[in-house]
Ligand binder design. Structure first.
Ligand code: UDP
Length: 327
Protein backbone atom coordinates (compact mmCIF):
# COMPACT_ATOMS: atom_id res chain seq x y z
CA UNK A 1 0.00 0.00 0.00
CA UNK A 2 1.64 3.32 -0.98
CA UNK A 3 2.12 5.78 1.85
CA UNK A 4 0.64 9.26 1.54
CA UNK A 5 1.88 11.98 3.88
CA UNK A 6 -1.21 13.84 5.08
CA UNK A 7 -0.31 17.13 6.73
CA UNK A 8 -3.08 18.23 9.05
CA UNK A 9 -4.29 14.62 9.21
CA UNK A 10 -5.45 15.19 12.81
CA UNK A 11 -7.72 18.04 11.73
CA UNK A 12 -11.22 18.18 10.34
CA UNK A 13 -10.70 17.66 6.61
CA UNK A 14 -7.39 15.82 6.94
CA UNK A 15 -8.85 13.15 9.21
CA UNK A 16 -11.66 12.48 6.74
CA UNK A 17 -9.05 12.29 3.95
CA UNK A 18 -7.16 9.66 5.95
CA UNK A 19 -10.33 7.59 6.24
CA UNK A 20 -11.00 7.55 2.48
CA UNK A 21 -7.32 7.06 1.64
CA UNK A 22 -7.27 3.94 3.77
CA UNK A 23 -10.47 2.70 2.14
CA UNK A 24 -8.86 3.31 -1.27
CA UNK A 25 -5.84 1.15 -0.43
CA UNK A 26 -3.32 3.77 0.68
CA UNK A 27 -1.62 4.14 4.05
CA UNK A 28 -2.21 7.69 5.29
CA UNK A 29 0.67 8.97 7.43
CA UNK A 30 -0.53 11.91 9.49
CA UNK A 31 1.92 14.76 9.95
CA UNK A 32 0.47 17.21 12.45
CA UNK A 33 1.70 19.37 15.32
CA UNK A 34 -1.66 19.09 17.15
CA UNK A 35 -1.89 22.88 17.43
CA UNK A 36 -5.49 22.63 16.28
CA UNK A 37 -5.81 18.89 15.56
CA UNK A 38 -6.61 15.94 17.81
CA UNK A 39 -4.55 12.80 18.35
CA UNK A 40 -7.91 11.01 18.81
CA UNK A 41 -8.64 11.78 15.17
CA UNK A 42 -5.60 9.84 13.94
CA UNK A 43 -7.24 6.46 13.39
CA UNK A 44 -6.39 5.25 9.94
CA UNK A 45 -2.59 5.04 9.77
CA UNK A 46 0.64 6.04 11.52
CA UNK A 47 1.12 9.36 13.25
CA UNK A 48 4.34 11.31 12.56
CA UNK A 49 3.95 14.16 15.02
CA UNK A 50 5.84 17.20 13.83
CA UNK A 51 5.79 20.82 12.83
CA UNK A 52 5.95 22.17 9.29
CA UNK A 53 8.22 24.94 10.54
CA UNK A 54 10.81 22.28 11.49
CA UNK A 55 12.67 20.95 8.49
CA UNK A 56 14.16 18.24 10.77
CA UNK A 57 10.66 16.98 11.65
CA UNK A 58 9.79 16.85 7.97
CA UNK A 59 13.01 15.06 6.99
CA UNK A 60 12.40 12.47 9.67
CA UNK A 61 8.84 11.82 8.44
CA UNK A 62 9.88 11.56 4.77
CA UNK A 63 12.85 9.29 5.60
CA UNK A 64 10.86 6.99 7.85
CA UNK A 65 7.69 6.67 5.77
CA UNK A 66 8.92 7.19 2.19
CA UNK A 67 5.59 8.62 1.00
CA UNK A 68 4.68 8.36 -2.66
CA UNK A 69 2.66 11.58 -2.44
CA UNK A 70 1.74 14.46 -0.14
CA UNK A 71 -1.72 15.76 0.71
CA UNK A 72 -1.26 19.13 2.32
CA UNK A 73 -4.11 20.29 4.57
CA UNK A 74 -2.24 21.74 7.54
CA UNK A 75 -2.91 25.47 7.79
CA UNK A 76 -4.53 28.11 9.88
CA UNK A 77 -7.82 28.84 8.16
CA UNK A 78 -9.88 31.45 9.99
CA UNK A 79 -10.70 34.62 8.12
CA UNK A 80 -11.31 36.69 11.27
CA UNK A 81 -8.05 35.65 12.90
CA UNK A 82 -6.17 36.25 9.64
CA UNK A 83 -7.36 39.86 9.67
CA UNK A 84 -6.21 40.36 13.27
CA UNK A 85 -2.93 38.45 13.03
CA UNK A 86 -1.73 38.20 9.40
CA UNK A 87 1.82 37.31 10.49
CA UNK A 88 0.54 34.02 11.92
CA UNK A 89 -0.84 33.14 8.48
CA UNK A 90 2.19 34.20 6.45
CA UNK A 91 4.57 32.43 8.82
CA UNK A 92 2.78 29.18 9.42
CA UNK A 93 0.99 28.68 6.12
CA UNK A 94 3.57 30.05 3.73
CA UNK A 95 6.88 29.24 5.44
CA UNK A 96 5.54 25.87 6.60
CA UNK A 97 4.50 25.02 3.05
CA UNK A 98 7.86 26.12 1.68
CA UNK A 99 9.60 23.72 4.09
CA UNK A 100 7.21 20.96 3.10
CA UNK A 101 7.62 21.48 -0.64
CA UNK A 102 11.42 21.62 -0.38
CA UNK A 103 11.48 18.48 1.76
CA UNK A 104 9.16 16.66 -0.68
CA UNK A 105 11.40 17.60 -3.63
CA UNK A 106 14.59 16.66 -1.78
CA UNK A 107 13.13 13.25 -0.89
CA UNK A 108 11.94 12.65 -4.47
CA UNK A 109 8.25 12.78 -3.57
CA UNK A 110 6.90 14.69 -6.57
CA UNK A 111 3.12 14.21 -6.40
CA UNK A 112 1.44 16.92 -4.32
CA UNK A 113 -2.25 17.49 -3.61
CA UNK A 114 -2.87 20.91 -2.12
CA UNK A 115 -5.82 22.21 -0.21
CA UNK A 116 -6.38 25.76 -1.41
CA UNK A 117 -9.46 27.90 -1.13
CA UNK A 118 -12.03 29.99 -2.95
CA UNK A 119 -10.88 32.78 -0.60
CA UNK A 120 -8.04 33.24 -3.11
CA UNK A 121 -10.59 34.75 -5.51
CA UNK A 122 -11.77 37.54 -3.23
CA UNK A 123 -14.73 39.73 -4.08
CA UNK A 124 -15.70 39.33 -7.75
CA UNK A 125 -19.03 41.02 -8.05
CA UNK A 126 -21.42 39.14 -10.34
CA UNK A 127 -18.65 36.99 -11.78
CA UNK A 128 -19.04 33.24 -12.01
CA UNK A 129 -16.06 31.80 -10.19
CA UNK A 130 -14.12 29.32 -12.22
CA UNK A 131 -10.47 28.38 -12.21
CA UNK A 132 -9.55 31.08 -14.72
CA UNK A 133 -10.81 33.96 -12.55
CA UNK A 134 -8.15 36.38 -11.37
CA UNK A 135 -7.15 35.83 -7.75
CA UNK A 136 -7.53 38.84 -5.47
CA UNK A 137 -7.84 37.61 -1.89
CA UNK A 138 -9.37 39.93 0.71
CA UNK A 139 -7.55 38.49 3.71
CA UNK A 140 -4.22 36.98 4.76
CA UNK A 141 -5.73 33.49 4.81
CA UNK A 142 -6.58 33.66 1.10
CA UNK A 143 -3.35 35.50 0.34
CA UNK A 144 -1.27 32.81 2.06
CA UNK A 145 -2.98 30.08 0.03
CA UNK A 146 -2.47 31.97 -3.20
CA UNK A 147 1.23 32.34 -2.37
CA UNK A 148 1.51 28.57 -1.89
CA UNK A 149 -0.19 27.98 -5.23
CA UNK A 150 2.44 30.24 -6.83
CA UNK A 151 5.17 28.35 -5.02
CA UNK A 152 3.96 25.05 -6.47
CA UNK A 153 4.16 26.49 -9.99
CA UNK A 154 7.75 27.62 -9.42
CA UNK A 155 8.82 24.26 -7.98
CA UNK A 156 7.26 22.43 -10.88
CA UNK A 157 9.45 24.45 -13.23
CA UNK A 158 12.59 23.82 -11.19
CA UNK A 159 12.07 20.27 -9.93
CA UNK A 160 9.22 18.56 -11.77
CA UNK A 161 6.93 18.60 -8.73
CA UNK A 162 3.38 17.93 -9.99
CA UNK A 163 0.40 19.31 -8.11
CA UNK A 164 -3.33 19.08 -8.02
CA UNK A 165 -4.67 22.22 -6.37
CA UNK A 166 -8.19 22.18 -4.99
CA UNK A 167 -9.79 25.55 -4.38
CA UNK A 168 -12.60 24.67 -2.16
CA UNK A 169 -15.64 26.48 -1.07
CA UNK A 170 -17.19 25.94 2.38
CA UNK A 171 -16.89 22.51 3.90
CA UNK A 172 -19.51 21.04 6.23
CA UNK A 173 -20.86 17.70 7.41
CA UNK A 174 -19.07 14.77 8.97
CA UNK A 175 -18.20 11.13 8.41
CA UNK A 176 -21.59 9.33 8.35
CA UNK A 177 -20.08 6.64 10.64
CA UNK A 178 -19.10 9.36 13.15
CA UNK A 179 -15.55 7.97 13.40
CA UNK A 180 -14.30 11.50 12.73
CA UNK A 181 -16.01 14.86 12.52
CA UNK A 182 -15.63 18.60 12.86
CA UNK A 183 -14.33 19.81 16.21
CA UNK A 184 -12.46 23.07 16.54
CA UNK A 185 -11.53 24.89 19.70
CA UNK A 186 -12.52 27.63 19.54
CA UNK A 187 -15.19 26.93 16.95
CA UNK A 188 -15.64 29.61 14.29
CA UNK A 189 -17.50 27.82 11.49
CA UNK A 190 -21.13 28.35 10.75
CA UNK A 191 -22.68 24.87 10.87
CA UNK A 192 -21.08 23.66 14.13
CA UNK A 193 -21.82 27.05 15.71
CA UNK A 194 -25.47 26.69 14.76
CA UNK A 195 -25.56 23.19 16.29
CA UNK A 196 -23.89 24.50 19.47
CA UNK A 197 -26.53 27.25 19.66
CA UNK A 198 -29.33 24.72 19.15
CA UNK A 199 -28.30 22.53 22.06
CA UNK A 200 -27.39 25.40 24.38
CA UNK A 201 -23.59 25.03 24.28
CA UNK A 202 -23.51 28.74 23.45
CA UNK A 203 -25.97 31.53 24.01
CA UNK A 204 -26.81 31.93 20.37
CA UNK A 205 -25.39 32.45 16.95
CA UNK A 206 -24.35 35.91 15.83
CA UNK A 207 -25.09 36.42 12.16
CA UNK A 208 -22.26 38.51 10.78
CA UNK A 209 -24.17 41.23 8.97
CA UNK A 210 -27.57 41.30 7.26
CA UNK A 211 -26.94 44.36 5.09
CA UNK A 212 -25.09 42.65 2.23
CA UNK A 213 -26.36 42.97 -1.30
CA UNK A 214 -28.02 39.53 -1.33
CA UNK A 215 -31.72 38.57 -1.30
CA UNK A 216 -31.91 38.25 2.52
CA UNK A 217 -28.92 40.49 3.29
CA UNK A 218 -26.64 37.72 4.61
CA UNK A 219 -23.51 36.32 2.96
CA UNK A 220 -23.82 33.49 0.48
CA UNK A 221 -21.49 30.48 0.43
CA UNK A 222 -21.27 27.22 -1.53
CA UNK A 223 -21.18 24.30 0.94
CA UNK A 224 -19.60 20.93 0.10
CA UNK A 225 -19.86 17.79 2.21
CA UNK A 226 -16.50 16.85 3.69
CA UNK A 227 -16.83 13.25 2.41
CA UNK A 228 -17.36 14.50 -1.15
CA UNK A 229 -14.44 16.85 -0.76
CA UNK A 230 -12.02 14.15 0.33
CA UNK A 231 -13.26 11.81 -2.41
CA UNK A 232 -12.07 14.46 -4.85
CA UNK A 233 -8.66 14.40 -3.18
CA UNK A 234 -8.30 10.67 -3.82
CA UNK A 235 -9.32 11.28 -7.43
CA UNK A 236 -6.72 14.06 -7.59
CA UNK A 237 -4.07 11.66 -6.32
CA UNK A 238 -5.01 9.12 -9.00
CA UNK A 239 -4.85 11.92 -11.58
CA UNK A 240 -1.24 12.58 -10.59
CA UNK A 241 -0.39 8.87 -10.51
CA UNK A 242 -1.74 8.63 -14.07
CA UNK A 243 0.73 11.37 -15.04
CA UNK A 244 -1.93 13.78 -16.21
CA UNK A 245 0.01 16.82 -15.06
CA UNK A 246 -0.62 19.70 -12.70
CA UNK A 247 -4.15 21.04 -12.58
CA UNK A 248 -6.34 23.38 -10.52
CA UNK A 249 -9.92 22.39 -9.64
CA UNK A 250 -12.65 24.29 -7.86
CA UNK A 251 -14.63 22.09 -5.47
CA UNK A 252 -18.10 23.47 -4.97
CA UNK A 253 -21.61 22.44 -5.92
CA UNK A 254 -22.55 25.67 -7.69
CA UNK A 255 -25.42 26.25 -5.24
CA UNK A 256 -25.20 29.16 -2.83
CA UNK A 257 -26.80 29.26 0.63
CA UNK A 258 -27.19 32.41 2.67
CA UNK A 259 -26.52 32.34 6.41
CA UNK A 260 -30.29 32.57 6.99
CA UNK A 261 -30.88 29.62 4.67
CA UNK A 262 -28.36 27.49 6.56
CA UNK A 263 -30.09 28.44 9.81
CA UNK A 264 -33.49 27.52 8.33
CA UNK A 265 -32.29 24.13 7.07
CA UNK A 266 -30.71 23.41 10.46
CA UNK A 267 -34.00 24.17 12.16
CA UNK A 268 -35.81 21.74 9.84
CA UNK A 269 -33.26 18.92 10.15
CA UNK A 270 -32.92 19.08 13.92
CA UNK A 271 -36.51 20.12 14.59
CA UNK A 272 -35.12 22.63 17.09
CA UNK A 273 -35.08 26.41 17.20
CA UNK A 274 -31.82 28.20 16.37
CA UNK A 275 -31.30 31.16 18.69
CA UNK A 276 -29.52 33.93 16.81
CA UNK A 277 -29.00 37.67 16.75
CA UNK A 278 -27.76 39.96 14.01
CA UNK A 279 -24.30 41.42 14.57
CA UNK A 280 -21.90 43.55 12.57
CA UNK A 281 -20.14 42.33 9.46
CA UNK A 282 -16.99 40.28 9.98
CA UNK A 283 -13.94 41.96 8.43
CA UNK A 284 -12.56 40.06 5.45
CA UNK A 285 -15.85 38.35 4.48
CA UNK A 286 -16.84 38.32 0.80
CA UNK A 287 -20.51 38.83 -0.07
CA UNK A 288 -20.88 35.77 -2.25
CA UNK A 289 -18.59 32.83 -3.00
CA UNK A 290 -20.14 30.21 -5.25
CA UNK A 291 -18.34 27.95 -7.70
CA UNK A 292 -19.15 28.31 -11.36
CA UNK A 293 -16.94 25.49 -12.54
CA UNK A 294 -17.71 21.98 -13.78
CA UNK A 295 -14.06 21.08 -14.36
CA UNK A 296 -13.83 18.62 -11.45
CA UNK A 297 -16.89 16.77 -12.71
CA UNK A 298 -15.78 16.74 -16.32
CA UNK A 299 -12.10 15.94 -15.89
CA UNK A 300 -11.85 14.08 -12.57
CA UNK A 301 -15.28 12.48 -12.74
CA UNK A 302 -16.10 14.01 -9.34
CA UNK A 303 -19.75 13.54 -8.39
CA UNK A 304 -20.79 14.97 -5.00
CA UNK A 305 -23.08 12.45 -3.30
CA UNK A 306 -23.87 13.99 0.07
CA UNK A 307 -23.62 17.73 -0.59
CA UNK A 308 -27.21 18.76 -0.01
CA UNK A 309 -27.58 21.14 2.92
CA UNK A 310 -30.01 18.72 4.60
CA UNK A 311 -27.51 15.85 4.39
CA UNK A 312 -24.60 18.00 5.59
CA UNK A 313 -26.55 19.22 8.61
CA UNK A 314 -27.88 15.70 9.30
CA UNK A 315 -24.38 14.21 9.34
CA UNK A 316 -22.94 17.13 11.33
CA UNK A 317 -25.79 16.82 13.87
CA UNK A 318 -25.21 13.08 14.31
CA UNK A 319 -21.51 13.71 14.96
CA UNK A 320 -22.35 16.65 17.21
CA UNK A 321 -24.52 14.45 19.39
CA UNK A 322 -22.43 11.26 19.42
CA UNK A 323 -18.84 12.07 18.58
CA UNK A 324 -16.13 14.19 20.15
CA UNK A 325 -12.40 14.11 20.82
CA UNK A 326 -10.85 13.95 24.25
CA UNK A 327 -7.40 15.25 23.44
N1 UDP B 1 -20.92 33.31 9.92
C1 UDP B 1 -21.80 33.98 10.75
N2 UDP B 1 -21.65 33.83 12.11
C2 UDP B 1 -20.67 33.04 12.66
C3 UDP B 1 -19.78 32.36 11.80
C4 UDP B 1 -19.94 32.52 10.42
O1 UDP B 1 -22.68 34.70 10.30
O2 UDP B 1 -20.59 32.98 13.90
C5 UDP B 1 -21.05 33.49 8.46
C6 UDP B 1 -19.82 34.08 7.82
O3 UDP B 1 -19.90 35.50 7.84
C7 UDP B 1 -19.87 33.50 6.42
C8 UDP B 1 -20.52 32.13 6.63
O4 UDP B 1 -21.18 32.21 7.89
O5 UDP B 1 -20.74 34.26 5.61
C9 UDP B 1 -19.52 31.01 6.65
O6 UDP B 1 -18.49 31.35 7.56
P1 UDP B 1 -17.43 30.30 8.06
O7 UDP B 1 -16.58 30.97 9.09
O8 UDP B 1 -18.10 29.02 8.45
O9 UDP B 1 -16.57 29.96 6.75
P2 UDP B 1 -15.75 30.95 5.77
O10 UDP B 1 -16.74 31.41 4.74
O11 UDP B 1 -15.15 32.02 6.58
O12 UDP B 1 -14.73 30.03 5.19
Amino acid sequence: MPNVLVTGGAGYIGSHACKVLKAAGYTPVTFDNLSTGWSDAVKFGPFAQGDLLSRADLDRAFAEHQPAAVMHFAAFSQVGEAMRDPGKYWRNNVLGSLNLIEAAVDHGCLNFVFSSTCATYGEQDGVTLDESCPQAPLNAYGASKRAIEDMLVDFEASSGLKSVIFRYFNVAGADPDSEVGEFHQPETHLVPLILDAIDGKRDGLTVFGDDYDTPDGTCIRDYVHVMDLVDAHVQGLKWLEADKGSRVFNLGTGHGFSVHEVIDQSRVVTNREVPFQIGPRRAGDCTRLVSGSTRAAEELGWQPKRSTMAQMVTDAWRWHQNGHYEK
